[in-house]
Design a protein around this ligand. Structure first.
Ligand SMILES: [Zn+2]
Length: 259
C-alpha cells in the first residue's frame, strides 16, 4: 500500500544502498539520490492532497457493504446564513438526512443554524475552526487547537461531543494525523466530489453526481454555494426515483457521530 510510512521506508533503504555502493566502489553518480528525493517529494505532495490514497492517515470514504439502499450527502463549510436553511428545507421535503461538517468560527457566528441542523435530525462534524488556506502548514499544536476549539463551540451550542472530522480542502499530513489521534476524531472522506464550488456549471455538476452515485457512496457538497442549491433538488428527486435514501454519514458507516 502506498503510504507515507512505506514511501519513507523505501526512500531510506534506497539511500542506504546508494551510500553503501558509493563508499565501497565510488560507482554511482550523485544525481541518483537527487532524483529519488524529487520522486519522494512529488508522491508526498500528491498523497497529501488526495485523501483517497489514505497516504498519511486512514479515512472513511464510503460503505459499499451497506445492506440497505443508503447513500450519504455531506455539506462542508457552513453553517451559512444564506444557504444552510435552504438545504435543510430541501432535505426535509425529500425526507433525506445528511451530515454538515461545520467550520468552528461559522458555528460560533450562527449558533441558531447549528441548532436547526440538529433539530432536523442531521449530523454535525468538525471541519476545523478557521478553514485556513495555510492549514497544511500548521504544526500539531495549532491543528489540535483548531479541532478542540470547534468541538468546544459545538458542545456549548448542542451539548454534543463531535467525533467526525473532515479535513479542510481534503488535505492531510503527519501533523493532522497526530492531532486526530489525540482527539480520537474519525477522518471522513468522500467517494463522489460534486465540484460545486468550482467553475463547473450546475448542469455539469448534476451530471457528474447523477452519473456516478450508487449505494454506499458519500457525496461532497458545500452549503455555501448557489450552484449546490440548483443541483441538490435534482439529485434528491433522482435518489427518490432510484429508491436510494440519504442518511447521515455515521449511519451509513455504522459509527458513532458523538462521544
Ligand atoms: Zn471545506
Amino acid at each position: 500500500m502506498l503510504s507515507f510510512r512505506n514511501i519513507n521506508g523505501i526512500a531510506i533503504t534506497l539511500l542506504a544502498v546508494f551510500v553503501t555502493i558509493k563508499l565501497a566502489y565510488n560507482a554511482l553518480p550523485w544525481w541518483i539520490p537527487g532524483i529519488l528525493g524529487l520522486l519522494w517529494l512529488v508522491i508526498t505532495i500528491i498523497g497529501s492532497f488526495h485523501m483517497r490514497w489514505d497516504y498519511h492517515l486512514k479515512s472513511l470514504h464510503n460503505n459499499k457493504d451497506v445492506f440497505e439502499n443508503h447513500v450519504s450527502l455531506t455539506f462542508d463549510d457552513g453553517p451559512n446564513p444564506e444557504f444552510t436553511s435552504k438545504v435543510l428545507t430541501l432535505l426535509k421535503k425529500y425526507n433525506a438526512h445528511a451530515t454538515f461538517f461545520c467550520i468552528g468560527k461559522h458555528a460560533k457566528a450562527y449558533p441558531e443554524i447549528v441548532k436547526e441542523i440538529i433539530a432536523h435530525g442531521h449530523t454535525i462534524g468538525n471541519h476545523t475552526y478557521s478553514h485556513s488556506n495555510w492549514l497544511g502548514f500548521f504544526g500539531t499544536t495549532k491543528v489540535l487547537s483548531e479541532l478542540q476549539k470547534t468541538n468546544a463551540i459545538v458542545l456549548d451550542i448542542t451539548g454534543k461531543h463531535l467525533r467526525l472530522f473532515r479535513p479542510a480542502f481534503g488535505v492531510t499530513n503527519p501533523n493532522i494525523r497526530k492531532a486526530l489521534q489525540k482527539t480520537g476524531l474519525y477522518s471522513i472522506g468522500w467517494s463522489i466530489r460534486s465540484f460545486d464550488t468550482t467553475m463547473r456549471s450546475a448542469n455539469t455538476i448534476r451530471d457528474n453526481v447523477l452519473g456516478k452515485i450508487s449505494k454506499g457512496d458519500i457525496v461532497l457538497f458545500h452549503d455555501s454555494s448557489e450552484k449546490t442549491m440548483v443541483v441538490l433538488e435534482r439529485l434528491l428527486l433522482f435518489l427518490k426515483e432510484q429508491k436510494l435514501q440519504s442518511v447521515t454519514v455515521d449511519r451509513l458507516l455504522q459509527i458513532k457521530a458523538y462521544a
